[in-house]
Ligand binder design. Sequence first.
Ligand SMILES: [Zn+2]
Ligand SMILES: [Zn+2]
Length: 146
Amino acid sequence: MTTGQCYCGAVTYQIEGDIDYIVHCHCRNCRRASGAAFYSAGFLAASQFSITSGEASVREFNFPENPDGARCFCGTCGGRLYIRLPMPGLINIAINTLDQEPDEDIGVHINVESKAPWDEIPEGRDQHNALPPDMLTHLRALMHTE
Ligand SMILES: [Zn+2]
Ligand SMILES: [Zn+2]
């Protein structure tokens, strides 16, 4: 069982199964929302994810460009937790909130055209100016893992 929590610990969650699709998103919105060079997101079927404590502390900020999706965070410490995606049944979690961290980086760098001017992606990493052509295929596969 994989578990995670926000910065203050008010919100904890657990995940069933493995996270095998991770992206590092360099878009301007993810950089602003996370306060970091990129947002590292592990995609999951929403049915694999459950909040184990502090659900009342979770706040949602709907995407201004698409109110069907929302950035979800802890209302006490402000720590980012996960994104509810506009594709129903699909979420991604901020992998830096995991208690058991992945030991290797399998992340695909996306929206690299919007990356911070000072940010350098290590050579040889899978990277795409916008979204990878196979991303939708990966996400659709996840949504059928009920
Ligand atoms: Zn918190
Ligand atoms: Zn983004």
